[in-house]
Design a protein around this ligand. Structure first.
Ligand code: AMP
Ligand code: ZN
Length: 466
């Protein structure tokens, strides 16, 4: 079966066929670095990470570009409020962003171009649009894209342009569909820009937000590439405008497949800086949740469904992960270092097939996780019945790791109980059952020396790293 994805452009689920067989070129709208990213933003980056990892699981090579928007209305306004030069202001948030990606185990993209490093490319692109007559200069020296000159305008957002006022202009980077109008490619310098300005053949100023992604996307991925992603709020105007600028300049289709994730919501409202209803990753880490628990919570809902953020679901993520960890620990105890080459037990093979089919179906993560947890149930049953030998356990462990190549949620290796520690835990249980308390205490102390504490839980004793 092929990998199928929902394409916003056609509103249909389609088989993914990259232009170059086996190699997917994708562009991901990255953060606007004027603040710490909130977990709504990270929902988008985690959906894109799942996409990237599943592509690799299916054998594709992936070239992913994620931009950093380090010049736009918001970054300029905030840097001026803080009295800092733009670069100095954004540096702090760029560093925080990369640290957060690491905490959330997001695989790095191949390129992270920053907008301020690509202004010459943007100027060239704008010049092409001027030369072709689809862009024009307004009285204040700004350059606008004339949407009337691009008949396909509105094809991504499915806009009805019949009521459009010809020649109306919008200067801000963000606006609603109702305000569809000629949009700014270049904003002539004014006092509010302070020292943020570049020289272009038509005058001093700075790029608009949309032109940044067209210029950087085409520079690194070519005039026509496979896949472009973002949150649904990016569809209009940002991605609509990217299509218009790029296709008007090159005469080629800009992107074949567009994928957008639904929002993370709180009490039914989009989590956003402007509504003030947001948590940053740091807020949640401060409440004692780990990066992988937050990752699991943000991944576990299908990307096209809105995800209602609650602390109960974070607790549920914690419980799901501890089940997963325990399963891994049990397998390691039985496998005891056996090679992973044996064939999979039927229930594990079934899980592999179901997991793959689920993600091939437009990243159906709920069904993929169901396949994983069905495997855990079947595997635990087999282990309870002593029906899983070392070689089989090693093969299942190998499969668990393959699944984790996609999910990225398993406990770090240094926290995994090794076979010897698990064996000692078993001996302590036997000693306790024989009421041999001195021996039980001795084993507890030995485990402690090796860095493990025993926790008694309703499911029996477990090891926890000190
Ligand atoms: P920004 O930094 O605002 O440009 O947003 C970065 C990414 O986060 C974009 O892909 C947005 O679509 C996405 N995004 C923003 N808010 C949310 C949210 N509440 N839920 C999901 N994605 C979001
Ligand atoms: Zn973008």
């Amino acid at each position: 079966m092929a990998f199928c994805i929902h394409n916003t452009l056609t509103r249909a689920v389609e088989e993914l066929h990259p232009a170059e067989a086996g190699h997917v070129r994708m562009y991901t709208c990255g953060p606007t670095v004027y603040n710490f990213a909130h977990i709504g933003n990270f929902r988008a980056y985690l959906f894109e990470d799942l996409l990237r990892r599943h592509l690799k699981f299916r054998g594709f090579r992936v070239t992913q570009v994620m931009n950093l928007t380090d010049v736009d209305d918001k970054t300029i306004r905030s840097s001026r409020e803080q009295g800092l030069p733009l670069k100095e202001f954004t540096k702090k948030y760029i560093e925080a962003f990369f640290a957060d990606l690491k905490t959330l185990r997001v695989e790095p993209a191949e390129q992270y171009p920053a907008a301020t490093d690509h202004v010459p490319e943007m100027i060239t692109l704008i010049q092409t649009l001027l030369d072709k007559g689809v862009a024009y200069k307004s009285d204040d020296g700004s350059i606008y894209f004339s949407i009337a000159k691009f008949p396909a305008y509105g094809k991504l957002a499915h806009l009805d342009l019949s009521g459009l006022r010809s020649g109306a202009r919008v200067a801000q980077d963000e606006y609603e569909k109702e305000s569809a109008a000629d949009f700014a490619l270049w904003k002539a310098w004014d006092e509010q820009d302070g020292d943020v300005a570049w020289d272009a053949p038509w005058g001093r100023g700075r790029p608009g937000w949309h032109i940044e992604c067209s210029a950087m996307g085409m520079k690194y991925l070519g005039p026509s590439f496979d896949l472009h992603t973002g949150g649904v709020d990016n569809i209009f105007p940002h991605h609509e405008d990217e299509i218009a600028q790029s296709e008007a300049a090159t005469g080629q289709p800009f992107v074949k497949y567009w994928m957008h994730c639904a929002h993370l919501v709180v009490d039914g409202k989009k989590m956003s800086k402007s509504l003030g209803n947001f948590f940053t990753l740091r807020d949640l880490l401060g409440k004692g949740y780990s990066g992988r628990e937050i990752r699991y919570e943000l991944l576990a809902t299908h990307y096209r469904q809105s995800l209602n953020f609650t602390f109960e679901s974070l607790d549920a993520a914690r419980a799901a992960l501890s089940r997963l960890d325990e399963f891994g620990d049990r397998l390691r105890l039985i496998a005891g270092g056996a090679p992973a080459g044996a064939s999979l037990p039927a229930w594990a093979q079934q899980a592999l097939d179901a997991f793959t089919a689920a993600l091939d179906d437009d990243l159906n993560i709920s069904a993929a996780l169901a396949a994983l947890f069905d495997m855990i149930t079947a595997g635990n049953r087999a282990m309870n019945e002593q029906a899983l030998a070392a070689a089989g356990a090693a093969a299942v462990l190998g499969l668990l790791q393959r699944f984790d190549g996609v999910l990225g949620v398993l406990q770090p290796e240094q926290q995994q109980a090794d076979g010897e520690a698990q064996a000692l835990l078993g001996q302590r249980q036997a000693a306790r059952q024989a009421k041999n308390w001195p021996e039980s205490d001795r084993i507890r102390d030995e485990l402690k020396q090796r860095g493990w504490v025993i926790q008694d839980t309703p499911q029996g004793p477990k090891l926890k790293k000190l």
